[in-house]
Ligand binder design. Sequence first.
Ligand SMILES: NC(=O)c1ccc[n+]([C@@H]2O[C@H](COP(=O)([O-])OP(=O)(O)OC[C@H]3O[C@@H](n4cnc5c(N)ncnc54)[C@H](OP(=O)(O)O)[C@@H]3O)[C@@H](O)[C@H]2O)c1
Length: 275
Amino acid sequence: MANKIGTVGIIGLGRMGRCMVKGLLETQTLKKSDLLFTTKHLETAAQIEQELEIKACKTNSELIEKSDIIVIAVKPQNISEVLDEVGKKISKGQTIVSIVASISTSLIESKLPKGVAVIRAMPNTPAFVGAGMIAWCNGSKALEKDWERAQTLFQPLGKVARVDEKHMDAVTGLSGCGPAYLYVVLESLTDAGIKVGLPRELATQLAGQTVLGAARMLLDTGRHPAALKDEVTTPAGCTIDGLLELEEGKLRVTLIKAVVQATKRAKTLAKQVKL
Ligand SMILES: NC(=O)c1ccc[n+]([C@@H]2O[C@H](COP(=O)([O-])OP(=O)(O)OC[C@H]3O[C@@H](n4cnc5c(N)ncnc54)[C@H](OP(=O)(O)O)[C@@H]3O)[C@@H](O)[C@H]2O)c1
């Protein structure tokens, strides 16, 4: 049976694109035959074809001809070559979904024929296991049909939030890059477990489930993180000693600065791209 959104062609099936493909196939949102992709190098495409059993197109033009939704998943520095090559070949019935950090919908629209719909999204890699965070905004020409297509594509990958385009760089700095920050936290907690004598496998499980559980408490209860923290913190107990170390190590300010710096970087990337 045909899916609701037609053929999805991904230009630039790299790390993020693969996480999305995995999520879409696992949830049976799309069949392998609904997906097409390109990469810059034909050898990379051949490897992915073999590994994921989805079909590569030889050129971006071939992909454009055969796709209803075109996901642009190249790095910001490659988007101008892609749009110069195929931008004008895209037609009005197609929907462009760009997951390229920093590049605005208006910049993309300026390289397309008049009236082509653009949706801009910022996913993150946990889309691989259906636990992604996908924030998206629409360009000036996107219609309900295009939003519906985008929703069908994003919803199986995790939580979805529609945002104003002005927030997209901040979203990039927080949830786009955020998994990397938390992997550092998880690695450190695991190392800490090993330092205090736990077997590695157990330490990994304790760290992972603790982060997952704390995140679910926050999201499911809607309570403030400080109130949830206070519940763990018994007077003169163990937790307050651990928290004191975190304060001395400036964990809070370090995490805030990480997001601020990544957001600033997201703002500057587009300035280095000549579209
Ligand atoms: N990684 C993340 O966590 C994440 C999260 C959210 C958004 N994003 C965004 O997703 C985009 C891709 O990031 P990534 O980490 O997936 O990068 P990546 O792994 O380097 O993937 C980029 C892909 O683009 C292909 N490519 C480059 N030029 C091309 C062209 N002219 N035509 C067709 N394909 C081309 C590359 O092919 P070759 O492999 O053959 O060179 C590669 O497959 C970026 O804009 C990034 O901002 C990434």
